[in-house]
Design a protein around this ligand. Structure first.
Ligand SMILES: [Ca+2]
Length: 121
């Protein structure tokens, strides 16, 4: 399965294709971008809930610190869920987007209304 993103530049179309790879349960386990074999990888627990995601945040194969050595993956974030299996928080090394993140903390927190509407808080 894949998702196609099209952008137009100078009157001609450039096709950037992100590919998503699924396990037997239909969950995304890997995402790739043009020129990157493994842009992101997703790991689930026995209950099928997302545990963490590793990603090549700087788009550089030469930098890696998580996952398989030489994978280019350099960022890991963990997902926390509530009893209804909704993701309620993303835990990451902070500050994100810097060369030297130093401490784990809540990067984003989510809340759900009674009818299931998501809000970033
Ligand atoms: Ca990298």
């Amino acid at each position: 399965m894949s998702e196609r993103v099209e952008t137009e530049q100078d009157g001609s179309f450039i096709f950037d294709v992100n590919r998503f790879y699924y396990d037997a349960a239909g969950q995304v386990i890997q995402e790739s971008k043009p020129g990157q074999a493994g842009f992101a990888q997703y790991v689930y627990g026995d209950d099928g809930q997302l545990v963490f995601r590793d990603r090549d945040a700087d788009n550089a194969q030469s930098t890696s610190g998580v996952g398989k050595s030489g994978s280019g993956l350099d960022e890991r974030v963990y997902a926390l869920q509530d009893a209804r299996q909704n993701i309620t928080a993303i835990i990451a090394k902070l500050p994100q987007g810097t060369d030297q993140p130093s401490a784990w903390g809540v990067a984003e927190r989510y809340a759900y209304s009674p009818d299931g509407e998501l809000a970033v808080v």
